[in-house]
Design a protein around this ligand. Sequence first.
Ligand code: ADP
Length: 239
Amino acid sequence: MAEFIRFDRITKFYGALCVVENLDLSIAKGEFVSLLGPSGSGKTTLLMMLAGFEQPTSGAILVDGQAVNDVPTHRRDMGVVFQSYALFPHMTVGENIAFPLQMRGLGKAEIAERVTRALDMVQLSTMRERRPSQLSGGQQQRVALARALVFEPRVVLMDEPLGALDKQLREQMQLDIRDLHRRLGLTIVFVTHDQSEALTMSDRVAVFNKGRIEQIGTPRQVYDEPATRFVAEFIGETN
Ligand code: ADP
């Protein structure tokens, strides 16, 4: 598969603390890659650098051959979803999704069309006029997903997006996200500390430990042939 996203010898320091160390990672177009590891192992920092919200101390990040830092934020063609999805409570679902489009000065007709398409993608068309408080947790998270998809990005970055949901909703959303990934041909980089979530959802899993990737492979490879003792122990833990 052709390389689409490339981290080339990325190092990141916060003060004297090295949180990502000389890391290489290559992701293909349309791939679903999870960054899996314990809290503090550098997963979010790597995602933030890919989004352009943080700068690496050294190394380069390329998307489709272009350095992310050379592309202005609004041209980056990435959607981002966090655990704390923070919908505006006083706005309807439709208005919440329209908000980033208004910020970018799109016309009314185009906004309405894009909101319709985004709601379709997450199967929430009937909820357009509701307020967030009138939705379930899973539906609220789908609104956040629609907001990330409203520019129809090729790449979607997710940081523990399901962390706040109960088990049943979480499993439903895992299926929904997998389905979206397939239907839309998205490239997804998904941060989680949940082993089973990473193993069930991903094409490949990168196991993080202290700012480095201990192993990267298919869920089968990581599960059946852990490359290090750390991977074996981390994958073997149950939540
Ligand atoms: P993970 O996502 O794996 O939990 P993070 O990337 O969030 O890990 O954090 C890695 C390390 O970097 C942690 O020790 C964290 O405390 C530290 N860190 C993260 N962001 C900052 C920041 N803005 N300033 C200083 N230290 C930070």
